[in-house]
Design a protein around this ligand. Sequence first.
Ligand SMILES: C[S@@+](CC[C@H](N)C(=O)[O-])C[C@H]1O[C@@H](n2cnc3c(N)ncnc32)[C@H](O)[C@@H]1O
Length: 327
Amino acid sequence: MNTQQLADIYVLAAFTKTALPFITESHWLYRKQHGAAPIFPIFLETLFRKELACICFFRGYLEEIGLKGFKDLDEKLDRLEKETIKYIRSRPNQEQREFSRFALTLMSALFAEEERWQPTGISLYRTFDRLDEVFELNYDADHGMKIETIDGGERLYEGAGVGVQSGYSTVLTALNHLQITGSSKFVDLGSGYGRVGLVVGLLRPDIHFVGYEYVPHRVQISAKTAERFEIQDHVKFQVQDLSLKDFSIPEAEIYYLYDPFSEETYSHVLHQLIDLSRRKPFVIVTKGNARKWLLDVAVREKWSRPLEYDSGNLCLFHTAGSNTFNV
Ligand SMILES: C[S@@+](CC[C@H](N)C(=O)[O-])C[C@H]1O[C@@H](n2cnc3c(N)ncnc32)[C@H](O)[C@@H]1O
């Protein structure tokens, strides 16, 4: 079996695992709304025409086992997913890199499809988190972490683990919508364990990525994976406190911000981004609350309205453009 086939198995097993509770919840909702259970095959047919089209080959089997067979199937899929990851981790780095590339490409297509069915459709936000094992993102490294910050005010998210790393869906959806054509520079301001850079680096060798992060062990972990996957020439992670006044954010085409800073550091970093934007246009990608900080700036600086995805959880702020705010 080749790495592409393995990646297909992993992604489809993980997807189907998420599909099972989605089917159960949709079934429950139908009963609540109609006061009676739906005819199972007809009910399934609707879901398989929309959100579950990518696993259409599985419909007959799910029909056969019914909802009562889901628990057992969930355990089997979990095992399949685990064994696939375990196997690929035992293979040479080059195969692991190819596996990750194939998996990310398929995931990207599934996230694009997922977007069509929101806000009520299947949610794949945490579905593929096990890919972190291939990336060797060991969030336990935060345990016992003691890192002094200058004024103690930085937001370092000690021990928060996967919950404060961008979901694969966010990074891949951003990449889909950014539509970067030529060679570009991409800067992650507060890069955490490096998911953003690793995804960008694996899929886009033409993008030069730099991630700046305060916590040294997170940088070490992400840099080690970049090296293992031999993408270190275009993917760099650097220990850097972005609140320091003697550090200047470099010019880039794309900046990425996911809730990184204390109020003071935000103000310092945003001032620099504003200065940079007056020299040449770029895009700022925000995830989560970073959007709020950028909205004020965008109005003041007459940037374009942000393009919003996932109910505003992901935004793209173009510093130049025709669709500006009216103030
Ligand atoms: C919410 S995490 C986001 C991680 C990554 N960008 C992602 O999206 O997966 C924010 C990161 O910013 C880092 N950070 C906070 N203050 C910082 C500072 N002053 N300089 C550099 N990094 C900082 C934190 O340590 C944390 O890892």
